[in-house]
Design a binder for this molecule. Structure first.
Ligand code: ARG
Length: 573
């Protein structure tokens, strides 16, 4: 509320200096350097183009107006450099703002998504394969974006677009019939499916082509609705989903729908019709294509020469179905960056077909492990399950090394804690990087208790909890309802806490959970310097309780922020 009044005051200054212009975007940003003030406004620079004036001249005119209308809580306004406006606010105002923040369950996260709907398509693994380390990014980044959008008030449909249809099922069915033992067939697991796929695919490469033809025949039967093959396919999918769900349960990931590619099968012919009616498709060597050469996007095949549809066709059917069923304002797709051309082509086709839904691809870079590309050849195609187990094992070592009473078997509490730390570490190692960059997964960095890591932030939270716990044993010690900002480091921490909502919003606007991770890490560092420099329990009661209030608010912001990254915050480590 009050911060808007900084902005409305600034806006008022611009408007009265330059009447008739639109200054709706004028912002008070946190100062880049605390020596210059608490907030800065750079909009004189932004206005130079539209106003055709040097930014410094604009800033001077605005500055004069701002001085005339300066509210009491603004202690100082300064004009600097090429046209920056530096603003210093009063400690009393900051304290009131903090109290207002603390009173909100949202902790200042703006509800910009209220009444708005988005579909987020993420994780989306291919069926009949075990999830491996390569799947972690789509799942973890997608889930963080999902949580962030929900926190902003959006109505989110989280959809798992499983790869559950395609030529691989011919190979799988043939492999299932011929390459597995009776026992393996009776106790079918995803691991067995993967195994029979590998065996069958290898045989499909044989010179005589007999195996390959048999796979094709199984596929055709499946596509034509042969009951036996359909039943097998269903079984493969059910087993796959059960296995994926086991991973999702560990990772705290929930989907609203699991509409895989097969869901759109019956809608494919209509897509072809629509493309044809719009004059977008053309025959080419027996196939049907959409020529996007003029857009610099090459050619997209929408029907293969054997009559089969493909990835682009199914994504086109999928958009139509999502628009019809949910009418979202945006659909967000989280996949690795090797699919960029696919999404550019498919988005361009949607545009030409007249869809108005905003389509967003969030591409992420590949993950390497120990400096090596992840591939079967490198022998480091680690199963997600094994990665998570290893995270828990390593975290358990840390937990037990910190617990003096640790001897013998690990207790259930220690196991639970090891999971919270291990899964948090794996997620944070990913989310702390800009999704667009390639990342290297490194255990020591992920599990470090110091530095920009999940465990460091969880530990910071546990320390606040233990401080508040300790305080509760002291007579009269409790976080006060009001705040009191009495030192520069407290002021910095207060300003930082007020930036929580804007940081969440920026993370969403840029589809980068890393923006939030950066914010949380900086906040924890500021808190740590505040904590080191400001005696708390040893201070006189009024100061002590006001500082406790700041600690408690920091704890809430940190826990909420981490929860938006899907990371749990145990109160004791
Ligand atoms: N199944 C695909 C893969 O594993 C990802 C699907 C992404 N979503 C989509 N609508 N295309 O690469």
């Amino acid at each position: 509320m009050e911060e808007e009044s900084i902005e409305s005051w600034l806006r008022g200054g611009f408007e009265s200096a330059f009447p008739g212009n639109d200054f709706a975007n004028v912002r008070a940003l946190p100062a880049s350097d605390a020596r210059f003030g608490d907030f800065q406004c750079n909009d004189a620079l932004a206005g130079a183009r539209t106003l055709h004036m040097p930014p410094r001249k604009i800033a001077e005119a605005v500055f004069a107006k701002l001085m005339e209308s300066r509210p009491a809580f603004v202690e100082k306004v300064e004009l600097a450099g090429p046209g920056f406006l530096n603003i210093t606010v009063s400690a009393g105002w900051l304290a009131a703002r903090l109290a207002a923040l603390a009173a909100q369950p949202t902790l200042g996260i703006p509800q910009t998504g209220a009444g708005r709907k988005v579909v987020i398509d993420y994780s989306s693994p291919n069926a009949a394969k075990q999830m491996h380390i390569g799947h972690i990014r789509s799942t973890v980044i997608g889930n963080a974006i999902d949580r962030i959008f929900r926190a902003l008030g959006y109505d989110v449909v989280a959809d798992n677009h499983l790869g559950d249809w395609g030529t691989q099922f011919g190979i799988l069915i043939k492999g299932y019939r011929e390459c597995l033992s009776d026992e393996e067939r009776a106790n079918l697991t995803v691991a067995n499916l993967e195994k029979c796929y590998v065996l069958s695919a290898a045989r499909a490469k044989e010179e005589d082509g007999v195996w390959k033809d048999a796979c094709r025949a199984e596929l055709v039967k499946l596509q034509q609705g042969d009951p036996e093959n359909i039943a097998l396919w269903k079984r493969f999918i059910d087993i796959s989903i059960a296995e994926f769900d086991r991973m999702y349960a560990k990772l705290g990931v929930k989907f609203d729908t699991y509409r895989g590619e097969s869901y759109y099968n019956s809608m494919m012919p209509a897509v072809l019709d629509r493309l044809e009616k719009a004059g977008l498709s053309e025959p080419s060597e027996g196939a049907t294509i959409v020529n996007l050469e003029a857009d610099g996007l090459g050619v997209a095949i929408v029907r293969k020469s054997d009559g089969g549809f493909n990835y682009t066709t199914s994504d086109l059917a999928c958009v139509e179905s999502r628009v019809r069923d949910y009418d979202p304002e945006r659909i967000i797709y989280v996949t690795d960056d090797r699919q960029q051309l696919h999404f550019r082509q498919f988005f361009r086709i949607c545009e030409k077909l007249g869809y108005t839904t905003k389509l967003v691809h969030v591409p992420f870079g590949l993950m390497s492990y120990g400096g090596k590309a992840i591939s079967t050849r490198e022998g480091n195609l680690i199963k997600l399950d094994d990665l998570l187990a290893e995270a828990v094992r390593r975290s358990l070592e840390i937990v037990r090394s910190r617990d003096a009473s640790a001897a013998g078997e690990a207790t259930p509490e220690q196991m639970r804690l090891a999971e919270q730390i291990g899964f948090g570490a794996v997620k944070y190692a990913d989310l702390s990087h800009d999704p667009a960059t390639a990342i290297d997964f490194d255990w020591d960095k992920a599990l470090a208790l110091e530095g920009n890591s999940g465990p460091y932030l969880q530990y910071a939270y546990a320390r606040v909890c233990s401080l508040l716990d300790k305080a509760s044993a002291v007579d009269g010690a409790a976080p006060s309802a009001s705040f009191d900002i009495s030192s520069p480091v407290e002021k910095q921490l207060a300003l930082q806490l007020l930036q929580f909502g804007p940081a969440v919003l920026r993370a969403a606007e840029n589809y980068k959970p890393s923006v939030l991770a950066d914010y949380l890490f900086q906040t924890a560092q500021l808190y740590s310097s505040f904590y080191q420099r400001s005696p708390i329990l040893k201070s006189e009661p009024a100061v002590r309780n006001a500082r406790l209030a700041l600690c408690a608010l920091f704890g809430r912001v940190l826990a909420k922020g981490l929860s938006l990254l899907g990371i749990e915050t145990p109160s004791r480590i």
